[in-house]
Design a protein. Structure first.
Length: 382
């Protein structure tokens, strides 16, 4: 069904298959053209002058030249203008590539010596293969279980480091159905060269078929909810009732969190990940530093799921409970991003942190706080 596409208008170049591929190539050829122009110009001038002014008479002295303001200004201004056009082109390409659009469909990527593990929001998992629809913005949220890797699809002209202990993102919009090479572009050990695969760009209808033809299992959101409520027992502290030891995570995503010490941080993927692995590094104002670390108990894929779950609660406001609600994104309708709204509400229905300064009963001042039935009332003992 798929042909490997390696035809291109420049023989050894990979095909252009993303919206910004032509921009990257354009900039690249512009640089090549400037380099070629000056290299050829200088070498030609050199040869010409060497011949023209070759020694004709022994011990002749040359004419003295005392500078020329006009000439010097000119050869300063022209390179300046050329350098600025290169800068502008680079800035435009960079801006387009590294500012992730809001309406992208999200895919989670975990690198590992020596493979790529990918998961769709509808639950389908892939290894060393990625299926995406053509003409849709796709955002990859990436991390690694071990060492540094780098996700690189030459035909899309984009790549991004995949860094231990962090989330990095990369986005693209494929423009042509086909099968394109995927590489790891950061030396990562013995089998680094074999760490690659294929990206399959499909028409939307084929992609929908592909999604529904693959067992989806749990979606990241469902897996995250399961971990949160059952497997890891997060809900015993975070169920959201009064007298809970930890705050509600509903509506947390993308809000500004006030920390002990006066700092404010944005509750993004990175923050949530860090809250689970290093809870004591960022203590939320009004709470005790009693959350245990889950380092070593959760895999990167489970962390991704927990983040996806907390994110899915983001836009639901303070009336939601942590049980039963949340995304039901198990459908395979081919529209995964619409089942996972990206919350943009700056406060997300969350309590303003200024109301949470009473440390013994966080959330008690919220009239909408659902009663906590899953857990008998507990008090801090300190
Ligand atoms: C023993 C009770 C307890 C458990 C269990 C617990 N937490 Fe926490 N958690 C807290 C407390 C208390 C805080 C606030 C203090 C802090 O920032 O460390 C907190 C903070 C957080 C924050 C930052 C919240 C905010 O409002 O900014 C997140 C996210 C979080 N926890 C997620 C989890 C997840 C996910 C789990 C399960 C893997 C979990 N917690 C398990 C008590 C707990
Ligand atoms: Cu690698």
């Amino acid at each position: 069904m798929f042909m490997q596409q390696n035809s291109s208008w420049v023989p050894i170049f990979p095909e252009q298959a993303s919206t910004f591929a032509w921009q990257v190539d354009g900039l690249y050829f512009y640089l090549l053209a400037i380099t070629a122009f000056f290299t050829i110009g200088i070498v030609a001038a050199l040869i010409f002058l060497v011949i023209k002014y070759r020694e004709k008479e022994k011990y002749a002295t040359g004419a003295e030249i005392h500078g020329s303001i006009g000439l010097e200004t000119l050869w300063s201004i022209i390179p300046f203008i050329i350098a600025m056009t290169v800068f502008l082109g680079g800035a435009i390409v960079y801006y387009n590539q590294y500012r992730t659009p809001k309406d992208a469909m999200e895919i989670y990527v975990v690198g590992k010596q020596w493979m790529w593990k990918l998961q769709h929001q509808t639950g389908q998992r892939e290894i060393n293969e990625l299926h995406v629809p053509v003409g849709r913005k796709v955002k990859l949220t990436m991390t690694t279980e071990d060492v540094l890797h780098d996700f690189f699809v030459p035909a899309f002209r984009t790549k991004m480091d995949v860094v231990p202990g962090r989330y990095t993102t990369l986005w693209f919009e494929a423009t042509k159905p086909g099968k394109y090479r995927l590489f790891c572009a950061e030396y990562c050990g013995l089998n680094h060269s074999g760490m690659g695969g294929w990206v399959y760009v499909m028409e939307q209808r084929d992609f929908d078929n592909w999604l529904s033809g693959n067992v989806s299992g749990q979606t990241p959101v469902e897996a995250g909810r399961d971990l949160f409520e059952n497997k890891l027992g997060c809900a015993s502290c975070h169920a959201g009732g009064p007298q809970q030891r930890g705050g509600k995570v509903e509506g947390l995503y993308n809000t500004d969190v006030k920390l002990v010490g006066g700092q404010t941080v944005k509750a993004d993927d990175e923050y949530i990940r860090n809250s689970i692995l290093n809870p004591s590094s960022q203590i939320v104002e009004g709470y005790q530093p009693i959350m245990p670390t889950f380092k070593g108990q959760v895999t990167e894929e489970q962390l991704v799921s927990l983040v996806a779950y907390i994110k899915s609660l983001g836009s639901e406001g303070s009336g939601a409970t942590s049980t039963g609600s949340g995304s039901t994104g198990s459908g395979t309708s081919g529209s995964p991003s619409s089942s996972m709204p990206n919350p943009t509400n700056p406060n997300g229905g969350r309590l303003p942190t200024s109301q949470l300064t009473n440390s013994s009963v966080p959330g008690a001042s919220n009239p909408n706080a659902p009663g906590n039935t899953s857990e008998p009332t507990r008090r801090e003992n300190r």
